[in-house]
Write a protein that binds this ligand. Structure first.
Ligand code: SF4
Length: 358
């Protein structure tokens, strides 16, 4: 910890110079993966920038790199660790950079809910773990015949799950409800599960009637967008297209011109003709980066919303782990038990398989 404090007091030019030198020294044995929501001061060092699934895929492809540094929150580093090779080491610049959305689904609560649902005999359940969940939740899903989904493919995966049984979706209620709507489920077929309450706060009959049970949880970055934000933009800039992330509340998604995952938003902006204006409802770093990357288009935040947890990754933390690698004493390594490693990747492989068959 003392060491990190020393890094924090370095002058910016020293800090950046030392990161570049450490990267150079580590050469091909290192790859740095950066999530889109990272600040520019971090993303400038990333060899690859993407959303959580892109990062995991990239990690799996890195056969040469012995060390994979994930500049993202904990579940992203865990996901990279389950999909990469056993001889590879995944590190994070800050072990405390977690995701409050992922934290909504704690393994004990999920196991308890699962048992209650089995005892209540609500029908055959298909657990679906949004990729923004802890690896132990993904492993639990895999052990119970489940699958993962991303914000880009939630509709496809929920649609697939509904053909197999009753979908038990975790941990984002907005994404779950938005996907249910897209699959054509009426409101009375979707119930919310409140962890800690008996039967998640539902009557047995409601659970039996439901086609989808959605865990109560949300991302504070995306749930901060409101219907009023869309209305305000419509008045102020009627030509702007409003695109929001599907973790936004259903009323916002409905009022917008479209909902799209971060990677899809990037593509939409890239492909739009010059002069197009977008109000984007997602983390502000990616919106501001898009605006500077496409000066012939206008891209502005629907409202400024920052992920404070992503912001826990910073250049001093990055330098700390890079120099630990140079010294041969790596710090902040992501450790997973062989059991979790074995099961954690399975729902992601299932998701890719289902997606590929469509
Ligand atoms: S933006 Fe939301 S889902 Fe993503 S890391 Fe931050 S809190 Fe978690």
């Amino acid at each position: 910890m003392q060491l990190v404090k020393e890094y924090a007091h370095l002058k910016e030019e020293d800090l950046l110079g030392r990161i570049h030198r450490a990267k150079e020294e580590l050469g091909d044995s290192l790859i740095i993966l950066g999530h889109h929501y990272q600040r520019n001061e971090v993303i400038q060092f990333a060899d690859f920038c993407g959303d959580s699934l892109d990062l995991a895929r990239r990690a799996a492809e890195q056969k040469k790199a012995r060390h994979i540094v994930v500049c993202g929150v904990r579940f992203m580093a865990e996901t990279a660790a389950v999909v990469c090779g056993e001889e590879q080491v995944v590190l994070t610049p800050n072990l405390k950079a977690g995701c409050p959305l992922a934290d909504f689904a704690q393994l004990d609560d999920v196991k308890q809910a699962w048992e209650e649902l089995q005892e209540a005999d609500v029908g055959s359940l298909v657990p679906v773990a949004y990729v923004n969940s802890a690896v132990v939740i993904k492993a639990f899903c895999a052990q119970n015949g489940g699958i993962s989904c991303t914000s880009a493919n939630a509709k496809v995966i929920v649609g697939w799950g509904l053909k197999q049984g009753k979908v038990f979706f975790m941990p984002d209620e907005n994404l779950g409800i938005n996907a249910a709507r897209e699959c054509g489920l009426s409101q009375d077929k979707v119930v919310l599960w409140e962890p800690g309450k008996t039967l998640g706060g539902n009557e047995i009959e409601e659970l039996r009637r439901a086609e989808m049970i959605v865990w109560r949880g949300h991302c504070y970055v995306h749930s901060s967008f409101a219907f009023a934000d869309v209305e305000r933009v419509r008045v102020k800039d009627p030509k702007a297209k409003v695109i929001v992330h599907p973790e936004c509340p259903p009323a916002v998604v409905e009022a917008a011109d479209g909902s799209a995952s971060t990677s899809q938003i990037l593509r939409i902006v890239e492909e739009a003709p010059p002069g197009t204006s977008f109000a984007v409802g997602t983390e502000v770093n990616v919106v501001e980066r898009l605006n500077s990357e496409y000066p012939d288009k206008e891209v502005f935040p629907l409202k400024r919303s920052v992920c404070e947890d992503m912001a826990k990754i910073d250049p001093p933390g990055l330098l700390h782990i890079l120099e630990s690698l140079v010294a041969g004493t790596p710090v902040n390594v992501v450790h997973l038990s062989p059991e979790v490693r074995k099961w954690g990747a399975l729902p992601i492989s299932r998701m890719l398989y289902v997606k590929a068959r469509r």
